[in-house]
Design a protein around this ligand. Structure first.
Ligand SMILES: [Zn+2]
Length: 214
């Protein structure tokens, strides 16, 4: 069994400078069965792990939580005030190959999601256009056949329903795109714990951080 203390006064194999990190912030215990347990040491700003599906951070309490080597740990905050790193850096510091490959796979996932949203949005536009065309032709025929006041009502309702439909669909595509952008950010942290930087899409693609060159 081995316990690593994390914090500004911890014995992790890298320096932690963030002002939001406590001297003794958390511990990682690797037991004789190879299980990793992360526990908060009553830190001021909390210990978190990233949910690898949503990217959202989940708080870890003093009672501890089982993690894996590729768990992304956040001490304090997900910013320069805190410290973020993959658990593997505690036993294999300085080797970022797995992390970079993982991030690139995530990026490909987001690229595909974005492509799907663009494709769906295109189909929605085509369908709306087709519906508008049918209604317009329908209205013209209606006017030719029956020149009465009811056609005004028809035009009114047609306009309202199409506007609502168009606006809702447009909003959905925008919302989905925004969610993907947010996820990209959550999965773009440089894997070097001493480098506080969000990698660009190009850097993720090239498996290298432009600042620390890791
Ligand atoms: Zn870096």
């Amino acid at each position: 069994m081995k316990t690593i203390t994390l914090g500004k006064a911890g014995d992790q194999p890298f320096k932690i400078k963030g002002i939001g990190v406590s001297k003794i912030h958390a511990t990682v215990t690797i037991d004789d069965y190879g299980r990793w347990i992360l526990a908060d040491s009553n830190s001021t700003n909390g210990t978190f792990v990233r949910n690898e599906m949503s990217g959202e951070l989940m708080r870890v309490g003093p009672q501890g939580m089982q993690i894996s080597e590729m768990t992304f740990i956040v001490l304090g905050e997900d910013s320069s005030a805190g410290c973020c790193f993959y658990a593997k850096q505690l036993v294999n510091p300085g080797d970022y190959v797995d992390e970079h490959l993982y991030m690139r796979n995530k990026k490909l996932e987001f690229d595909m999601e974005e492509e799907k949203v663009a494709k769906n949005a295109k189909w929605v536009r085509i369908i709306i256009f087709a519906i508008m065309l049918v209604f317009t032709i329908g209205t013209i025929i209606w006017q030719i056949l029956d020149d009465s006041a009811t056609k005004m009502m028809f035009n009114f309702y047609r306009g309202i329903s199409l506007l609502t439909m168009g606006a809702t669909t447009f909003y959905d595509a925008q919302g989905k795109r925004a969610k993907i952008v947010k996820k990209r950010k959550l999965f773009s942290q440089c894997p070097n714990p001493e480098c506080d930087r969000k990698l660009t899409n190009d850097e993720i693609e090239n498996l290298k951080c432009g600042r620390c060159q890791k």
